[in-house]
Structure formats: structure tokens, C-alpha cells
Design a protein around this ligand. Sequence first.
Ligand SMILES: [Fe+2]
Ligand SMILES: [Fe+2]
Length: 243
Amino acid sequence: MNHSTAPARPDHASPEGAGSGAPHITFDQVKENPRARIYVRRADEALAQIGYTEHGERHVGLVSRIAFNVLKRLGYPERDSELAAIAGWLHDIGNAVNRESHAQTGATMAMQILHELGMGDNEICTVIGAIGNHHENDGDPVSPVAAALIMADKSDVHRTRVRNPDQIKFDIHDRVNYAVVKSFLNVDESQKQITLELTIDNEISEVMEYFEIFMTRMQASRKAAHYLGAKFGVTVNGFRLTS
Ligand SMILES: [Fe+2]
Ligand SMILES: [Fe+2]
């Protein structure tokens, strides 16, 4: 495959609806679905119990918006962008079951919700394939929607995610998240360059700590960007750390 250009969209990723008889399930329908709402909230509550950073509606809402924008700005069809937003909203619901393998568990839970809403099976497979592959340790960009979800999820690092009110008890994840006062995933469609722009308070966390934690996430983002035919980079306080 030539990685300098976006891979051809496989036929099975074609938008459904037209001709398939399956209704066009919107992002708002998924977001307002009572079962989805409960799963998102309970997943976040479960993570709070084991000391994880915020994974609730703020996180999944932001991931939805970023995933939507990545595909839209790179010129993918509007429906692909909407499927990425839907995957973003549901991507962490598996944490309601267990943090371990939450991507795969969440995919099967999302399948049930989307099926009940009436989404067609091809679109369901696109969404759950993205959800099941969003985790950096065992996921791969298997579609444009999956690639966008990976990039969006890995770019949400921010001090508002830290729940621990006591800075003295911060672990390295808390410190790194708390140190980030601004994060923005910049998609430059003309240069095919996606850049995670971070503003870090160096008094709270060293840049090296950031990399200690986020190296695997950055590698996942780079792989996802390549899948979309783009380069990936990171800037910290205006300095570009990667090519
Ligand atoms: Fe996750
Ligand atoms: Fe997430």
C-alpha cells in the first residue's frame, strides 16, 4: 500500500441507507439514547472507583467532535464523519464491565444499542470495528473511522480529566494530565499533517514524563495518521518534538 495517499475506501465501508433500507441513525439519536446515556455514565463511575481519569460525557463528547472533524477536514464523506462521531460517543462504554479489554467489550455493547436503534449491519460493523480497535495496546486502524477514533481518543489529555483533588497524591498520569493546560489536534488538510499541539505547565510535569506515559499513544496516533494518508506530529509549548 502506498502510505503517501489515503487508502481506497473498501466497499463494505460505503454509507448505507440509500438502497439498503436501513435507516440513517444520527449522532444525536445515539447520544440521546437512554441506554447509551446510562452505559456512558456507569463506565465513567466504574473508572472513578479504580482511580482513573475522567472518561464521561466530557471525554466522549470531545472525542466525538475531534473524530468527526479529522475525517471531515481530510475530505471523507459526511457519513463516515458521523459514524466516527457515533463511535466516539460509545467507545468507552466497555469500562462499565471491566477496564481490561474494554474496547472489545464495549464494541459488543455498542452493537446491541445500534442494532436496537435500527442501524444497518454494515455501518454497525464499521462503528464496532473502530470501538474494538481504539485501545493503543491491541488496536489497529482498520478503517478511516477507526483511525479517526484512535487519533481523537489519544489527543484528549487535559487537566480537567484529573479527579484527584490532592496534588500531593498525584500519580504520573494525574501529573501529566494536570500539566496540560491546552491541547488541540490540528488537522492541516493541505499539508496532510495532523499535529497534537500541547501547552504544558513545566512546573507540574516534565516533558519527559509526558513521553514516558504517552509514547505508545503517540505511536498509535502516528499509525492512524499514516492510515489516513497524513503525517503526525506533536508540539509542546510551540516546539515541534516530532517530524
Ligand atoms: Fe478507552
Ligand atoms: Fe477514551
